[in-house]
Write a protein that binds this ligand. Structure first.
Ligand code: GLP
Length: 241
């Protein structure tokens, strides 16, 4: 595992974006697994800058997002579909048919999970999967559990996740209770993993996930078993390791 401890959020974002830039330059038709949350916003801004300066081309890039709330339409400004378009897709030359997220409005949830997993497989899996980390160690929306969920599935969000994510909604009541997420198995199949973390609030969980026991109680701890993981964090998030 490679660890980059960067001075601050801006440096973290630049470093992580540089790893994505290198991936796309070495393979212009890369399949990028992408993530939402506040942590990757700075790195998406940096990718947009490099696109605008002509250093990065998304023409052949394909993307698969980690997760999506169940029950939110694409137009809802809290959906991950909306987030990704606002922060990245609308700002670069990616082809609309090459961006993929679970469909939060699918009527048959089970079928949607199977469709999404098959779609990722049909693209050959992610070349690089970007991840953030939740305060309870969740990746995507894989919450602490007694086992590691393998494939894309629908999860009931934990109260702590609803609490953490309510800052984006008018109230906690509006946060959806369910979400679709790639499984731990889906994430582990990515050829490279890039995980980003910033702020003192993540220091404890970063230490637990990467230097504690591998357990489904801390879903991100499974990444210790992946052969190609890069953690990029700011000094605060990496303070305890
Ligand atoms: C959400 C997302 C995760 C993300 C996590 C951390 O629940 N489903 O993919 O990594 O929150 O978010 P933040 O980066 O805002 O701390």
């Amino acid at each position: 595992m490679k660890i980059y401890k960067m001075k601050d959020y801006e440096q973290m974002s630049r470093k992580a974006a540089g790893i994505i830039l290198a991936q796309v330059i070495s393979r212009p038709d890369s399949v990028l697994g992408l993530a939402t949350g506040s942590t990757p916003i700075g790195l998406y801004d940096q990718l947009v800058k490099w696109y605008e300066s002509g250093d990065l081309d998304f023409k052949e890039v394909k993307t698969v997002n980690l997760d999506e709330y169940r029950g939110l339409t694409r137009e809802n400004d809290q959906s991950y579909y909306y987030f990704m378009h606002q922060h990245l897709f609308h700002r670069v030359n990616i082809c609309p048919e090459n961006v993929h997220l679970p469909d939060g409005m699918a009527e048959d949830g089970e079928a949607e999970c199977r469709r999404y997993e098959a779609l990722i497989d049909s693209l050959g899996g992610a070349d690089l999967q970007l991840l953030g980390i939740g305060h309870n160690g969740h990746i995507g929306f894989n919450e602490p559990d007694r086992y590691f969920a393998k494939e894309t599935h629908c999860v009931k969000l934990q109260e702590s996740t609803i609490e953490a994510n309510k800052r984006f909604f008018a109230s906690a009541e509006e946060v959806p209770r369910y979400a679709y997420t790639m499984g731990i198995g889906t994430i582990m199949k990515a050829r490279k993993i890039l995980i980003v973390a910033n702020g003192a609030g993540k220091a404890e969980i970063v230490k637990k996930a990467f230097f504690g026991p591998v357990t489904p109680e801390v879903p991100a701890s499974i990444l210790q078993m992946h052969p190609d993981v890069t953690l990029v964090g700011d000094e605060e998030a990496l303070a305890l390791i």
